[in-house]
Design a protein around this ligand. Structure first.
Ligand code: FEO
Ligand code: CA
Ligand code: CA
Ligand code: CA
Length: 689
């Protein structure tokens, strides 16, 4: 019998605690949906191999003596608590998974059962280590973490808070890779003892600025296992925060809409905020979506502020008290300088990261490129909000291969010129057959076709009544005008490196079908959608630069016993339950890995692998679960290890530093810390074979 878990009693949309809603999204779930346009909805109508140049460039650099020894010892002391293996054996009944050897190559492990253990639970035969935690010093001169004496200066040299997207890039230093992490947001009540939300101090605000942003940290592989440890003070290690310098580039850079009193050029921005998911380019850079940037800005009042959810009063963190740029009444254009895709060159610690205006401004969740047959990058992007849209950008320039500086300089301009499109999706079944329950239509699939509607190409607008600059800065409004399809929160997106098909995680949308809101359509087939779905998109003639595609739903998530779920047609008594798909990634075998955010089935969030091809297409198996209050983020699956970002552990209503809801990762009496975890096999062999 299936072991039923008690349903977590959260009144919050998407299954998150009120604390998550408050700090991560600025209570987006409780605000009116900002898309009030009357668009039709559907029912109505690495990739490449990383450039060698990056590895070449770093090869020339003198090997820096690593200073990890002390830290490794310190971690060793706490791993006994953090490492939990074999817990997968708990209650294996219910799912028809046979032996560990069953499954597609790469997915041969005993699935972890849904559970609410306050730990990272991994399959039997696997083990784990905490790679790096919030506050670990990564830059020269940064002090050891001391939560009682934290300063903004210390934090600016330490790993940031709430790790989300992760990328690992190759490095020509033996057994080393470059880890890049997003730090989406801060949980002040879990960071500061005695935090008073009504009266944050300047120091607390400045610590939070320094805990946002990005981290670059070189990691060392252990020879005989998949274990990873940070190389502290490596010359490539870097922190970018809410006050670091960024450059706006592309067709809207320098626009009047982007000028402020501090920056009359409209090109120089301080900071990046709310970096959620991202992507890794074939030319060796990383992309980082600026998602719920609206919540940092106070006193918004214009129509465009509203379309992006900028509130009319004070913000939760009250940063506007300490820097007037967060007060829209004083600096109306400052919010226009956030909500972009950031491109970072992790191999060049002196480089200024760019905000690419050609990719549009919205609540960017992720941005993952693939190349056209003639070598031009195409970037797929979701706007994570209920009833918002799915986009792609097609560059007009070809990527240059090779290691030369000229090729590198050229590739750093690829995302500045091209065409931005938004998706309009149609189903192929009669609208009457999409009844909002998730019942499959008579043709047996939620599927159909779609068109890419161009919004702007360089300085040319394709949207009536809007200039190109307006299209880029107010992209949501442009997409409203052309009738884009309202989706169930488009989150992460990943093109399959094997097939080119693109997978789009649609997390949930509990507002679908409510009075006055768009109802179910074939791509978003459930009203009051709690569990989300994954859409599989194939460009016509496999031409990513084209203007049309075919699509079908690959997964309709939830309890497999719920008739409204669908696992690509695979027998549902042989799959793990899944709810609220968020981040997606491919393993070296071509399986899709899915992490979840806001499980609505009573279990903690987790990471799942699923075959996308062959007889086992749709066979979904849970690989791990995360601690209490946490979301699983940033999955990377390499031959010998799986890496996840454990984001917001202990983020449960009523929790604080004094009253923690979780003791992860360091056990009772130690502050709860978001951290990156590597999981690998005890016998040192490859994952899932
Ligand atoms: Fe930051 Fe859409 O999750
Ligand atoms: Ca159909
Ligand atoms: Ca997310
Ligand atoms: Ca995501």
């Amino acid at each position: 019998m299936r072991k039923l878990l008690p349903l977590l009693n959260s009144g919050h949309a998407g299954g998150r605690s009120a604390l998550t809603c408050r700090y991560r999204c600025g209570d987006a779930c409780f605000h009116e949906v900002p898309n009030t346009s009357d668009n039709e909805y559907a029912g109505d109508i690495i990739a490449g191999v990383l450039s060698r140049r990056s590895m070449m460039r770093t090869a020339a650099v003198v090997t820096v003596a690593s200073a990890t020894a002390g830290v490794v010892v310190a971690q060793g002391a706490t791993e006994a608590h953090a490492a939990t293996t074999g817990a997968a054996a708990e209650g294996r009944g219910g799912h028809g998974h046979g032996s560990v050897c069953d499954g597609a190559r790469g997915l041969r492990f005993a699935p972890v059962e849904p559970n609410t253990a306050d730990q990272v639970t991994v399959p039997s035969g696997y083990t784990q280590n905490v790679v790096i935690r919030w506050g670990e010093p990564i830059l020269r001169g940064a002090p050891a973490f001391d939560p009682d004496r934290q300063t903004a200066r210390a934090q600016a040299g330490q790993f940031g808070y709430n790790n989300d997207f992760l990328s690992l890039l190759p490095l020509r230093e033996h057994g080393r890779q470059v880890l890049v992490a997003n730090h989406e947001y801060t949980d002040e009540v879990l960071m500061f003892k005695g935090y008073d939300p009504a009266n944050p101090t300047r120091e607390q605000a400045e610590i939070a600025w320094a805990a946002h942003g990005l981290s670059v940290v070189v990691v060392q592989e252990e020879r005989r296992s998949g274990k990873l440890t940070p190389v502290l003070r490596h010359h490539l290690n870097r922190r970018l925060t809410a006050t670091s310098e960024f450059r706006l580039t592309g067709p809207a850079a320098g626009s009047d809409l982007l000028k402020t009193s501090a920056d009359p050029t409209g090109t120089k921005v301080l900071g990046t905020l709310n970096n959620c998911a991202g992507g890794t380019t074939p030319w060796g850079t990383t992309l980082h979506g600026e998602e719920n940037f609206n919540q940092y800005f106070a006193n918004g009042s214009s129509a465009t502020d509203k379309r992006y959810g900028i509130g009319a009063s004070a913000t939760e963190r009250k940063w506007e008290r300490f820097d007037k740029r967060f007060d829209v009444a004083q600096e109306p254009n400052e919010p226009h300088r956030f909500g972009w895709v950031v491109e970072l060159d992790p191999y060049d610690p002196e480089s200024t990261p760019r905000k690419r205006t050609a990719l549009g401004r919205f609540k960017h969740e992720a941005a993952q490129p693939r190349l056209t047959r003639d070598g031009r990058p195409v970037v797929y992007m979701g706007d994570d909000e209920r009833f918002d849209y799915f986009y792609k950008f097609v560059s007009s320039k070809r990527m240059k291969k090779g290691d030369s500086r000229a090729a590198h300089q050229h590739n750093l301009t690829l995302l500045d010129e091209g065409t931005l499109y938004v998706a309009k999706i149609s189903g192929d079944s009669p609208a009457a057959e999409i009844d909002g329950t998730g019942k499959l239509p008579d043709d047996g699939e939620f599927d159909g076709t779609g068109v890419w509607i161009p919004l702007a190409t360089g300085d040319v607008s394709h949207v009536e009544g809007m200039t190109a600059e307006e299209v880029y800065v107010f992209t949501r409004l442009a997409a409203d005008k052309v009738g884009a399809t309202k989706m169930d929160r488009p989150e992460d997106v990943e093109p399959s490196p094997r097939t080119g098909r693109v997978y789009v995680a649609l997390t949930n949308n509990t507002d679908r079908g409510k009075t006055g809101k768009a109802g179910a359509d074939e791509a978003n087939p459930r009203n009051l959608n709690k569990h989300g779905q994954i859409l599989e998109l194939a460009e016509h003639w496999d031409n990513p630069a084209g203007d049309g595609f075919a699509w079908r739903l690959f997964l309709v998530a939830g309890d497999p016993e719920d008739p409204a779920t669908y696992f690509a047609g695979y027998p549902k008594d042989e799959v793990s339950p899944i709810s609220c798909p968020d981040n997606v990634a491919f393993d070296p075998h071509g399986n899709l890995w899915i992490s979840t955010d806001g499980n609505q089935l009573g279990s903690h969030d987790g990471l799942f692998g699923v075959a996308t091809r062959g007889e086992r297409r749709g066979e979904l198996k849970q690989f791990l679960t995360v601690p209490k209050g946490a979301e699983t983020c940033g999955p990377i699956v390499q031959d010998r290890r799986v890496i996840v970002a454990v984001q917001h552990p202990g983020e449960v209503d009523g929790a604080s530093v004094e009253k923690p809801a979780s003791v992860w990762p360091d056990g009772p009496g130690r502050i709860v810390r978001p951290a990156v975890v590597a999981v690998y096999r005890q016998d040192g062999r490859d994952i899932g074979v």
